[in-house]
Design a protein around this ligand. Structure first.
Ligand code: GLN
Length: 198
C-alpha cells in the first residue's frame, strides 16, 4: 500500500516519521503525478487556509477533492480535519475544503495558540489505554452526519471521528511518538478499504 503525506505546509516530517514507524514508506505529495501514485493520503496539521491556497497553486485542489470523493482513504489531523470537513464554522471568508466527511467543524474552537493544551483521552479502537492528545489552535466537531462515528471526545466535543474511509482528529498524534492513531488508520481504515476495491 502506498501512503502519501500532503507536503505543502504543516508538520509533514512528523507524519512521515509516524508512518515509517508503522512500517510504511510514505510518499510526499506535492504534485499531481505523486498523488496519482498513492492509495491513501494523510493531511497534516498546519494552517488549513494556507494548505488550500497552495493546493490550488500546485493544481492539486480538484484532484485531491475528486480522489476523496471517489473513495481514497484519508486521515487528517487538526488542519487536516478542517480540510476533510464538509462544513466549517469560523472559517476565513471564502475558505474552501476538500470535503467528503459529513461533519461541521469549528476552527480554533479550543482557543488561540496560547490556549494549546494536552489531555489524556480514550480512543475507541478497542483499547482502554489513554492517548496523550496535543491540541494546538484545534478545531472541534460541532455536528456529525448519520454515518459518522465519534472515536474520542473532550468535554463532550468530538475530537476524533470516522466515516468509512475517512478519519480525522483535532489533535496531533504525530507529535507525541504514540503511533496508535496512524496504525489505526493504516490497519483499520485504509487496508480494509483497499482490499475491498481489489
Ligand atoms: N487553526 C488551524 C487552522 O485553522 C489548525 C491548527 C493546527 O493544525 N494545529 O488551520
Amino acid at each position: 500500500m502506498k501512503v502519501g503525506v500532503l507536503a505543502l505546509q504543516g508538520d509533514v516530517r512528523e507524519h512521515v516519521s509516524a508512518l515509517i514507524a508503522c512500517g510504511i514508506d510514505p510518499i510526499q505529495v506535492r504534485r499531481v503525478n505523486e498523488l496519482a501514485e498513492v492509495d491513501a493520503l494523510v493531511l497534516p496539521g498546519g494552517e488549513s487556509t494556507t494548505i488550500v491556497q497552495l493546493a490550488q497553486i500546485f493544481g492539486l485542489f480538484e484532484p485531491i477533492k475528486n480522489r476523496i470523493a471517489s473513495g481514497m482513504p484519508v486521515y487528517g489531523s487538526c488542519a487536516g480535519m478542517i480540510l476533510l470537513a464538509d462544513t466549517i464554522l469560523d472559517a476565513k471568508e471564502g475558505q474552501k475544503t476538500f470535503g467528503g466527511l459529513d461533519i461541521t467543524v469549528r476552527r480554533n474552537a479550543f482557543g488561540r495558540q496560547v490556549d494549546s493544551f494536552e489531555s489524556d483521552i480514550t480512543f475507541a479502537d478497542g483499547s482502554t489505554d489513554l492517548i496523550k492528545a496535543v491540541f494546538i489552535r484545534a478545531p472541534w466537531v460541532e455536528k456529525i452526519g448519520a454515518n459518522v462515528q465519534v472515536l474520542a471526545s473532550v468535554d463532550s466535543h468530538p475530537v476524533a471521528v470516522r466515516s468509512q474511509k475517512l478519519l480525522a482528529t483535532s489533535f496531533h498524534p504525530e507529535l507525541t511518538g504514540d503511533h496508535r492513531i496512524h496504525r489505526y488508520f493504516i490497519e483499520e481504515v485504509a487496508k480494509p478499504a483497499l482490499e475491498k476495491v481489489k
